[in-house]
Design a protein around this ligand. Structure first.
Ligand code: ZN
Length: 316
């Protein structure tokens, strides 16, 4: 067994499960890494457990496993269904426990949403020192967000579902009904990748320069950024995901600035909105790095592990 504690990390996504192991969030072992396609729960979770069996055989016992999961997922440790996927349109996955197949490794398990984990990673490892409040928003097949407030990710009744807020319609986007099956023209119904394709028949990045699409989507995301700034007062709002690109960020910033109308002291801080609203600094690695942070435990210290939870959980 290695002298250093070895941790496992899982980024459990709708299309793939990324599995990794290493000694710290920035010290993943390149030889202990596997990408498993998300198929049936039985096949996918058996492959995940098989990966960690091989990790234990080759590198020794695991001191913890972190799971950064797609949602909706039960992240309430007091709940009897903690670690289970809740009602999802993904066939076969509703009610499936992501943590039960990991119990055999006998180590603490940390679990949170993929976006909360990404927010944790960006706050701890990418933002300037001392930042303990940050929001991470992903804009892709859906729109999701995670948040760190006071150094902890947030959740309660469920976890943040900030993609489903209402936004004011853009003057040049009055007629598209929106595609959210619950709300029609909520933010996700208007600005997710599928909403963009349904409305304009193209990816956002492929629209011609004179097309209003980038400004319209930037406007909607800027409304979310302004709302987040007002509600959680984050030091940083990070926008990532497949729809995001460099052309979009300036529109998000200007829409947020318009909506806030000078009410918050953003512009008086160094960097202003360019400092507040940014792209991801850990790129596509924020999820797996966040999962490592969940494995290691609260505050990154082994003593953050609560007593009596070995084999179960230690915070989210
Ligand atoms: Zn919705």
């Amino acid at each position: 067994m290695s002298a250093r504690a070895l941790f496992g990390a899982i980024e459990a996504g709708g299309t793939k499960f990324v599995c990794a192991a290493g000694y710290g969030p920035l010290d993943l072992r390149p030889d202990l890494h596997e990408v498993i396609p998300t198929t049936s729960p039985a096949a996918t979770l058996a492959a995940v457990a098989g990966f960690f069996d091989r990790v234990c055989r080759s590198a020794g016992e695991l001191a913890g496993i972190g799971v950064a999961a797609f949602g909706p997922v039960d992240i309430d440790r007091r709940s009897s269904t903690w670690g289970s996927i809740l009602g999802t349109p993904k066939p076969g996955w509703s009610g499936v426990s992501l943590v039960a197949p990991l119990a055999r490794f006998g180590c603490p398990i940390g679990l949170d949403t993929d976006v909360n984990a990404a927010a944790l990673a960006e706050a701890r490892l990418a933002a300037e020192p001392g930042v303990d409040s940050l929001v991470y928003v992903t804009v892709g097949t859906g729109i999701g967000g995670g948040a760190v407030v006071g150094g902890r990710t947030i959740g309660g009744m469920l976890h943040p579902e900030m993609g489903h807020i209402r936004v004011r319609r853009h003057a040049r986007d009055q007629h598209f009904a929106g595609i959210c099956p619950f709300h029609g023209d909520c933010l996700e119904g208007l600005a997710s990748g599928p909403a963009i394709r349904a409305r304009w028949g193209s990816e956002l990045a492929a629209l011609p320069a004179e097309h209003p699409g980038v400004e319209i989507i930037g406007d909607y995301l800027g409304q979310l950024a302004a709302t987040l700034a007002l509600i959680t007062s984050p030091a940083s709002i990070v926008f990532g995901g497949g729809v995001m690109n460099e052309r979009l960020l300036p529109h998000i910033r200007s829409a947020a600035a318009r909506d806030l109308a000078g009410y918050l002291p953003v512009e008086t801080r160094a960097g202003g909105f360019e400092h507040l609203i940014v792209g991801p600094r850990l790129a596509e690695k924020s999820g797996i790095i966040g999962a490592m942070l969940l494995a290691i435990g609260r505050d990154g210290h082994p003593d953050g592990i609560e007593s009596g939870t070995r084999g179960r959980a230690y915070g989210r």
